[in-house]
Design a protein around this ligand. Structure first.
Ligand code: DGY
Length: 325
C-alpha cells in the first residue's frame, strides 16, 4: 500500500527546478500564474494541506494563521526575512516555521554594492539620458558623482550580509564602521570599527548601508533626526527592508541635497512605493532584486525544500527552524 504524499501549497510560482523537486516529493499545489493570495484566499487554498511554501510579502498574519485548517503543520518561507509570518501566532497553533538563511548572503551583498555605486555615480541619471536619447556628448562637468574609494562606510547590522558587504567594500579601500547587537570576534571584525551605539556611528558614515532585519527596534530607524547626524552629502543604501527607512524623511533629505543620493532595493509597502520616489533623480531604485540570481533563487528553494522534507518526510526538526521570540 502506498502512503499519500504530504500536500504542500506553493503560494508563488517558484523556479522550475524547485517546483520539480516540490512536485516529485510532495502532493504539490502550484501557482503557475503567480497570482497573489490575500489572507482569506490563502486560508481557502490550504484546505487539506500539510504545509505552505510561501515567500516574502505573503500575508501570514496572526489572523490568517488563526484561520488555517488544522492539517497545516509547517510554513516554509522562501526567504531569509520572515517578518511576513507571525511566528508567535504559528507557535500558538503548533505550526513550525522555517526560513532560508546563508544562501542569499553573496547575492544580497553584491546588490548592496550595486546600489552604493549606482547612487554614488548617478547611474540612474546616466542611463536615463541614454534611454531618452538626450545625451549630447561628454562634457567635463557632466554627471559628476561622489567618489567611493577610500570613503567611510557605516553598516547597520553586521550579520552575514553586513559582513559580506564589508568584504566587498574593502576592495574599494573603504573604512568600515559597524553597529550590531554584539561586537564581532576579531577574525570576523577584521579592521572594522565597532560602535556599540548606532547613533554614534552616523557621523562617521559617508555611506550608510542598512543590513539589519525589520523589527520593532529598526522600524523607521533612518528618520530625519538620524539623517541629520550623517555627514552632509552622505549616501544611504537600503537592501534590507523598506520599513527601516522613514520615506518622508529620506525623500526630504534627497530633495534638499542634505543627502547626495540613496540606493534602494527595498521599499515600505512594496510594490506600491512612496510615489515621490518616482521623480527623484538622485535615488537609484531597483525592485527588490537582492536575491534575484538563478543560482540564489534555486538555492533558496532547495533550502526551503530541505526544511519541508526533514519535517514532513522524516519527522525531523527543520534545519532552519525559526524560533518564536
Ligand atoms: C529575503 O529572503 O528576505 C529577501 O528579501 C527576498 O529575496
Amino acid at each position: 500500500m502506498t502512503t499519500a504524499k504530504p500536500k504542500v501549497l506553493a503560494t508563488r510560482h517558484f523556479p522550475p527546478d524547485v517546483e520539480a523537486r516540490l512536485a516529485a516529493n510532495f502532493d504539490a499545489v502550484l501557482n503557475p500564474e503567480d497570482r497573489l493570495y490575500d489572507g482569506p484566499a490563502l486560508i481557502a487554498a490550504t484546505a487539506g494541506c500539510d504545509a505552505i511554501m510561501c515567500a516574502a510579502g505573503d500575508p501570514l498574519t496572526a489572523d490568517t494563521i488563526a484561520g488555517l485548517p488544522g492539517s497545516v503543520r509547517m510554513i516554509a518561507t522562501f526567504s531569509v526575512g520572515y517578518e511576513h509570518v507571525d511566528v508567535a501566532a504559528a507557535a500558538r497553533r503548533g505550526i513550525a516555521v522555517s526560513n532560508t538563511p546563508d544562501v542569499l548572503t553573496d547575492a544580497t551583498a553584491d546588490i548592496t554594492l550595486l546600489c552604493l555605486l549606482g547612487a554614488a555615480r548617478r547611474a540612474h541619471e546616466g542611463a536615463h539620458m541614454l534611454r531618452t536619447r538626450t545625451w549630447t556628448g561628454w562634457t567635463p562637468t557632466q554627471l559628476m558623482g561622489v567618489h567611493v574609494t577610500g570613503k567611510r562606510l557605516g553598516i547597520l547590522g553586521m550579520g552575514r550580509i553586513g559582513q559580506a558587504v564589508a568584504d566587498r567594500a574593502r576592495a574599494f579601500r573603504m573604512q568600515i564602521h559597524y553597529s550590531n547587537r554584539n561586537r564581532l570576534p576579531p577574525d570576523l571584525e577584521k579592521d572594522a570599527i565597532f560602535h556599540a551605539d548606532p547613533e554614534a556611528m552616523l557621523p562617521h558614515s559617508d555611506f550608510l548601508s542598512i543590513n539589519a532585519p525589520m523589527s520593532a527596534a529598526t522600524r523607521k530607524w533612518v528618520n530625519a533626526e538620524r539623517i541629520a547626524k550623517l555627514p552632509p552629502g552622505a549616501i544611504v543604501v537600503n537592501t534590507a527592508r523598506g520599513g527601516v527607512v522613514d520615506d518622508e524623511a529620506l525623500i526630504a533629505a534627497l530633495r534638499s541635497g542634505r543627502l547626495a543620493a540613496a540606493g534602494l532595493d527595498v521599499f515600505e509597502g512594496e510594490p506600491r512605493i512612496h510615489p515621490d520616489y518616482h521623480d527623484i533623480p538622485n535615488a537609484f531604485l531597483i525592485p527588490h532584486m537582492g536575491s534575484a540570481t538563478v543560482e540564489t533563487r534555486n538555492a533558496m528553494g532547495f533550502k526551503a525544500l530541505d526544511n519541508l522534507e526533514a519535517f514532513l518526510l522524516r519527522n525531523q526538526t527543520p534545519p532552519d527552524l525559526v524560533k518564536s521570540s
